[in-house]
Design a protein around this ligand. Structure first.
Ligand code: OTU
Length: 646
């Protein structure tokens, strides 16, 4: 639904406009005014909805809004000329990140290249892959000791000392930009570390900063909330509240006890976090991965996920970046069910914009279910439930990331299929933990009991069977499984992502077991170190690393030539004659691209006449490119990608 302003907010809007423009240098005003006119009505309406009741009267609300205008104007004034030029260019081409030649890569700075400066040295590797977007996992100053891989930030204005400095960050973003690569950084907006200055001030008794967090003197309110809350780390961080002696209170800690949830019902928090984001953007960060977006707003009697206000907060951030730095992209990390995902990308009809990109975690998890079950029923349900997206948005489609593969997001689809959900998802997680006659060698993550469904950890290659392969054929099969998953991520629609190590079929990293700050968190099993030997091996024919890297290159070459694969192109699920095939078309019906993937260990026959009935342009005479495609002789239609099965 479009956002409408009331007469009060119209007055507020013009006060804000005047204040904002007045603080800008005259040269910036014309463009800024255009952007303000377009996006500020939604911003002011949403801010009023979120915060009007938090202020004693309208004057206070107005003063707070004027303060925000100051923060925005300061950021725009301070924005380096090169970034302003990029903003201009991207405003003219708002679909720049959705094209078929876009490709993401994700790595830890230290594990990939030692330091931010080291990452500059690795740009040739990224260019060779065709990467246009690099997500470096958290690199800002984090708390010492346990810090959830940097997801417990102590200072938004400092880089972690071992990785470099803010100057290094600026040099890196510039070097990447010159190479056509956008830097994506996590912006951890749900929580800060317990040694962030706000948390320190709260502990010292500063009432202002105590209210940056949710704190309760006894268990009454926490217990009420706990009745409907889930748990992210049930084994090592059970519950959602931690007792903090210095505050003599229970503090909301959704994740680890040292990650204190920020209280976004307090307008001061929103203002300070906005300032932090804008300042980082001015260092040259072009994409923000907004961490844990689903959790931003708490409401009694709910799971405290996906609340309308969480969306309004994101919409406000979007309006703010649109006004001050429209070249910047927002990416939602919300690990939620398929039906709750599209809202993070805004509203198809109403024109309300939210994030540009969102992780499709259900698609990712369902693809792994298809590998385990050799059956595509669940992933087909996920795709059927994935709507067409608003203009200039796309999915972040991925095979693996630094987190576990969470099975719970699939419950709604699994519930609709005639099988016991608990048993089905447990079987999948046991399969990837290598039980029974499984080919996989991963592990279950945070399962509170062996039969419980939670997540799976392990590198893609290990989950695909490479580590247990004993002969050439098994190795080839494992690599083909991984290529099938990557093929899906390249074809689905959005920004595909290669997770560092997957380009060489890198296997698990067991080192974490002897690192004090990591040993309790099995996600480190799939957080590898850059392996120069493997990178070199990938140049030599015959190795699994080579099979994998050359296979990926081949897929990427295809992808770059297929405009049907840009994020906005339509997608239709196609019916096939086999429960282990997944088929969908992309693009217009007269010239579609067709993805067909075989998730079975056995060759499958695809009856092209079945597809032809669904797609006017495909003639039922096509032949196949691999042993499992038993079709009549003839040519492969150019717009059919047959992903070979194993
Ligand atoms: C995110 O993750 C990050 O990706 C994790 O690495 C962090 O630990 C976490 O936030 C806290 O900052 O649910 O939507 O493996 O899937 O924690 C937020 C569990 C999340 C992650 C989960 C996740």
């Amino acid at each position: 639904m479009p956002v409408h302003s009331s007469s009060n907010s119209t007055a507020l809007l013009s006060a804000c406009k005047e204040a904002f423009l007045m603080q800008l240098a005259p040269a910036l005003r014309t463009t800024a005014e255009l952007r303000f006119t377009q996006h500020a009505p939604t911003l002011i309406t949403r801010l009023s909805q979120l915060y009007a009741t938090r202020f004693a009267d309208e004057v206070q609300l107005k003063n707070w809004c004027l303060h925000l205008m100051q923060v925005m104007a300061d950021a725009l004034q301070a924005r380096p000329a090169g970034l302003q030029a990029l903003d201009q260019q991207r405003s003219q081409q708002p679909d720049w990140f959705t094209r078929e030649d876009r490709l993401g890569y994700c790595a830890y700075t230290d594990r990939f290249a030692g330091t931010l400066q080291g990452v500059i040295q690795r740009i040739p590797h990224l260019q060779q892959l065709g990467v246009t977007y690099l997500h470096l996992l958290p690199f800002l100053k984090a708390r010492a000791g346990e810090n959830d891989g940097g997801f417990a930030v102590s200072d938004f204005n400092q880089v972690e000392a071992t990785l470099g400095s803010m100057q290094d960050l600026e040099q890196l973003t510039q070097a990447l930009r010159e190479s056509g690569i956008s830097l994506c950084s996590d912006f951890i907006l749900n929580h800060v570390a317990d040694d962030h200055p706000w948390a320190i001030a709260a502990r010292a008794g500063d009432a202002k900063y105590r209210d940056y967090f949710y704190h309760y003197p006894d268990r009454t309110v926490p217990d009420q909330f706990e009745a409907t809350l889930g748990q992210v780390f049930p084994q090592v961080a059970p519950g959602n509240f931690s007792y903090i002696d210095a505050l003599q209170s229970w503090v909301w800690t959704t994740f680890y006890p040292y990650q204190w949830d920020l209280n976004y019902s307090n307008p001061a928090v929103f203002l300070d976090m906005t300032a932090a984001l804008l300042q980082l953007a001015n260092r040259g960060i072009e994409v923000f991965r907004l961490d844990s977006t689903a959790f931003l707003w708490k409401r009694p009697g709910t799971t405290c996920m996906n609340q309308p206000e969480a969306h309004w907060l994101l919409q406000c951030l979007r309006c703010i970046t649109e006004i001050t730095m429209p070249g910047v992209l927002l990416k939602a990390e919300a690990i939620v069910a398929t039906r709750d995902l599209p809202a993070y990308l805004g509203d198809v009809q109403g024109g309300v914009q939210e994030c540009h990109l969102a992780y499709h975690s259900s698609l990712m998890a369902a693809a792994w279910v298809a590998v385990a079950e050799q059956n595509t029923s669940l992933i087909s349900a996920v795709i059927a439930g994935t709507p067409q997206l608003p203009p200039n948005t796309g999915w972040l489609s991925y095979v693996r990331c630094h987190d576990d593969i969470g099975w719970n997001v699939l419950r709604p689809e699994a519930n609709l299929q005639a099988m016991d959900v608990e048993q089905r998802l447990s079987a999948v997680s046991q399969f990837f933990a290598g039980q029974g006659d499984s080919f996989a060698s991963g592990a279950s993550f945070q399962a509170s009991d062996p039969a419980a469904v939670h997540g799976t950890v392990g590198m893609a290659a290990a989950l695909c069977g490479l580590s247990r392969a004993t002969d050439e054929e098994q190795r080839r099969t494992a690599v083909q499984r991984q290529l099938l998953l990557y093929g899906l991520s390249f074809c689905f629609g959005g920004m595909p992502l290669i997770y560092m190590g997957d380009e060489f079929a890198q296997e698990n990293n067991e080192d974490y077991r002897s690192v004090a700050a990591h040993q309790y968190d099995a996600r480190w099993l799939h957080r590898p170190q850059w392996n120069a030997a493997l990178a070199a091996q990938s140049q030599t024919a015959g190795s699994a690393a080579h099979l994998c890297s050359s296979g990926l290159q081949q897929l990427l070459q295809w992808r770059r030539k297929l405009p049907q694969l840009q994020a906005q192109a339509a997608r239709s699920l196609l019916h096939t004659n086999s429960s282990s095939l997944l088929a969908f078309s992309r693009g217009e019906a007269r010239a579609p691209f067709v993805f067909i993937g075989n998730f079975s260990d056995q060759p499958q026959t695809v009856i092209l006449s079945t597809l032809a009935q669904q797609l006017a342009s495909i003639q039922p005479t096509a032949s196949s490119i691999s042993r499992c495609w038993q079709t009549p002789d003839g040519e492969v239609p150019p717009d059919i990608l047959l992903i070979p099965a194993w």
